[in-house]
Design a protein around this ligand. Sequence first.
Ligand code: ZN
Ligand code: ZN
Ligand code: FE
Length: 729
Amino acid sequence: MTGWVQNTNENVLIRISGKPLDTDRFLVSLRQEAPPASVIEEITHREIEPEVFPNFSILHSHDVSDEITEISPDIAVCKECLDDMEKEGSRLNYAFVNCTNCGPRFTIIRDLPYDRDKTTMKQFTMCPDCSNEYKSITDRRFHAQPTACACCGPHYELFVKGQKISEVIEVIVDLVSDCLENEGIALIKGLGGMHLACDAFSETSVEKLREMKKRDGKPFAVMFRDLETLKNYAMVDETEALSLSSWRSPIVLLKLKNLSDQPFLAAGINSGLNLIGAMLPYMPFHYLLFRQLNTSAIVLTSGNFSSEPILISNQAAIEQFTPFADVIVLHNRDIFNRTDDSVVRIAGGIERILRRSRGYAPAAVRTALNLDGILAFGAELTNCFCLGKGHKAFLSQHIGDLKGLETTRFYEQSLTQFLQLFRVKPSLLAVDLHPEYISTKTAQHYGDLPVISVQHHHAHIASCMAEHHLDEKVIGVAMDGTGYGDDGHIWGSEFLLCDLNDYIRITHFEYLPLPGGDMAAEEPWRMAVSYLYKIFGSDFLKLNLPFFNQLDPDKVDMIVKMIDRKINCPLTSGAGRLFDAVASLIGVCQTATFQAEGPMRLESLVEDDCIESYAFELDQTIRFDATIRGIVEDLSRGTDVKLIASKFHNTIISVIFESANAIRIRENVNNLVLSGGVFQNKYLLEGTIALLRKNDFNVYTHAVVPANDGGIALGQLAVASKRREHKCV
Ligand code: ZN
Ligand code: ZN
Ligand code: FE
C-alpha cells in the first residue's frame, strides 16, 4: 500500500491507497497491532477519489490549530532495545537505546507537536546509521524522536569528589557497582530526575542515606533485579506483577513476606512497616547496573533533600551532592519536565494511583464535561494542578508539598510549562476554599479572572465522579486528613449529598479539639489525649494505659490546659486524626516521622480474618466514645494490638456503611462515591467496597486519579465546569 501519514495537533491523518482487502486489513491492524503504550481514542475513515503515491511516507508536522496532540508519558525500555544492547555495534551497552515503543517522552518534550527539535534531543545530530533507521518505514526506530546510538547520542559521566573520572559506560557501571557494594551512596541521573542509590541489604548505607537526605522516617523505594527475585521478599499477585512489569513501571506497594531463607532487607528501609515500595528496572542503565551487581536490590529514592523537589540539573547535582555522595553519575540528555517515580497500590484487584508522575503524567483524563479554559490549582500538600481543554483534563505530574520554596518554584514553573505545552489560555480559575493555601494564593497572580472556590472534600468527591463520568446526585464519603470546611473548622470525615455543582453536608465524625493545630498531625498522641479527655474527663490519667509511659506528663498536662482554655485548638472532624489517636493509644506511633505514619502503622497490624468490631453512635454526628472505651478496655486487658487494630478498622467500615445507608433510605440515592486520602488504606477500601456492594450500593472509587490530595485539582476542575454551565460564575 502507498500513501502518507501526518501527525497534526488534532489527530493523526493517514491517506492510504491499496486493494480493498488490504485497506480493510489495515484498518483492523491499526487497533490490533498498536504499540502497548498507545491509546486509540477513535478511528474514523472514508473513501475518497483515488490518488497515486510513489510510496508510503511521513509528512512533516504542522501546527494545525490550538487543539492538541496529547503528550505521551515516558515508557520503560522495551525487550527489543535491551536485546540491541547485547549486540555488537553502536548500541552495545549503549544506555540511551530507545525506539518507537519505548524511551523518554514527557520528560524531554519542550513543545508540541512531538518532533525531535522540540525535545531536549535537539542538540544531538543523528549519525548516518541512526538517520537511516529513523527514515526507514520498516524499522522499529522509524520516526522515533529520541533515537540515538553511541556515535551520535548522549552519554553518561561519572564524578568523584567533583572530578570527572570517566565517560566510558563499562567503567562507570563498574565503579557504581563497587561503590554500592561497599556501603557507598551513588547519585544517579535518571529519566525524570536524580536518584540516590545504596545497597538495600546494608543497614549502614541505608542509615547513611537517611541522614544525608535529612529525611524523616518515610519509607524508601527499592528496585529489585527482576520479578522472580522480588517474589522472594514480597507477596506479588497477578495484578501486582502486571503493574510492576508494565511499560509505566511504577513503584508498587507490596506486602512483605515473613522471611526465613532469604537475607533480610535493611530494616531502615521501611521503618518496620510490613509494606514495601518495590519497582523493577526501567532504564537501560538499571539493567547494565544489575548485570554487574551481586546484590539483588538497591534503594532508589529521589535525589533531593527532603521537602525539596527531585533534582534535574547536572550543575545543582554536583554542587549539592559532591560532599555527600560517593559517586555522582550524570548524563547530558537534559530533563525538561521533572517527574518522580509513580506509586500505585493494588486494591480490590484494581491498580490505584497514589502518586501520579513518571509513566502516567501527563496523559489526559477524559471526562464528559466542558472543561475548556479552566485551570485548577490543587491543594497544599501532595499538590497536582489540572488544566482543562475541551473534555480533557490534564493533571500535572506530582508536584509535592507546597511549603518549601523550591517546590513552590517547581509548581509555578510547571504551571507555565503546562499552559504553553497544551496551549491553554485560562478563562476560569478554581482553587481550594482554604484562603491560606499557597495554591489558592498563586491563583491571584493569574490576572483578573473569575475564581471559583471549591470545598476540599467536595473536590475529592467530584474528582472521583469526573473519573467515572458521573454527573448526578450521589452520596459522597470523603475520609481524609484535613480540609478547610465552610464553617471554618477542619473537616475530614464528610458524608455529603452532592452533585458536581454543590453539596449538602449530611453528617461527619464529631468535632474534637485538635491541640496545636498542624502539630497534632505530627504528634498523634495529642489526638489520643484529646479523645481521652473528652470521654473520661480529667480522670483519664487514672486509666491503666501502657502508652502513658511513652508520653511526657508535663506535655500531657499542657495539652489538657490548651483544650480547657481553647488555645490553639481548632475543631476537627478529620478521620485521619481518629486513626492517629488509635495508633497512639495502642503505642505504635506517638510522633510521626512521615505523613500518615500513625494510620499506616495501624493498617500494618490488621489481620484479615478478624470479624469483630467496636460500638459507635450515630446521632447528629458520628460519635466514637464507645469505640475508644472499647479500645481502652481491650488495652487494659492486655489484648493483642493486632486484634485492636483489626476491630478498629472494621468499626470504621461499619460506620461508613451505616451512615451511608441512613442517607440512602432518606434521600433515595444509591450511587456512592469514596474518596480522600484515608482510602489509600487497602484493608479499609476493600472492606468498605465489599460491605457496600453486598448491600447493593453502586460504589465508585479512584483508580487513575489519586484518592489523596493529588486528585483534588481534577475535582476542582469538574465543579468549576458545572458552575460555569449553571452560570454561577
Ligand atoms: Zn525500544
Ligand atoms: Zn547514531
Ligand atoms: Fe484531602
